[in-house]
Design a protein around this ligand. Structure first.
Ligand code: FES
Length: 160
């Protein structure tokens, strides 16, 4: 399979910084996932080959990290924290609000492929609870109204 020139440039720059090829696995998987949207069988085979690993080695690592997925997700992956700090500051309400607004449940994807939703454990933003992460962006001190505005902005951006 062929990745973009941008992926190849990032991979070429990053790989020599690691003591073994295997150590570059997680960042390589993240780059590939950002580019393809998920870690398909083809991507797994390609990365295993490059890093001199078996496909099973790669799949084992993927299954360990919740941010890695072998299934297609929406363009915007909305991860709502319901761990203790967020729970005390309305995290569960935010999650329920997102479920209703997007019409999907935990690990669901909207039919237009724009949003996926996930309930997650602490994302390290406890001081600004309730918090959610959309792809690599954090959103904090959430209320249902604020979450509405955030989702509307992503919808606008994603359909332009
Ligand atoms: S408990 Fe939600 S970010 Fe830590």
């Amino acid at each position: 399979m062929k990745f973009s020139d941008e992926f190849e440039a990032r991979f070429a720059e990053m790989a020599p910084h690691y003591p073994t090829k295997r150590s570059a696995l997680v960042p390589t998987l993240l780059y590939a996932q950002d580019e393809v949207g998920y870690l398909s069988d083809e991507v797994i085979a390609e990365i295993a080959g490059r890093l001199e690993l078996t496909e099973l080695d790669v799949r084992n690592v993927i299954s360990y990290y919740s941010m890695l997925t072998t299934k297609p997700r929406g363009k915007y992956n909305v991860q709502v924290c319901t761990n203790i700090a967020c729970m005390l500051r309305g995290g569960e309400e935010i999650l329920e609000h997102c479920k209703k607004k997007l019409g999907i449940g935990h690990k669901g994807t909207t039919p237009d492929g724009l949003f996926s939703l996930e309930e997650v454990e602490c994302i390290g933003a406890c001081s600004w609870a309730a918090a959610a992460q959309v792809n690599y962006d954090y959103h904090e001190n959430l209320t249902p109204e604020k979450m509405d505005r955030i989702l509307d902005e992503y919808r606008k951006k994603g359909t332009q």
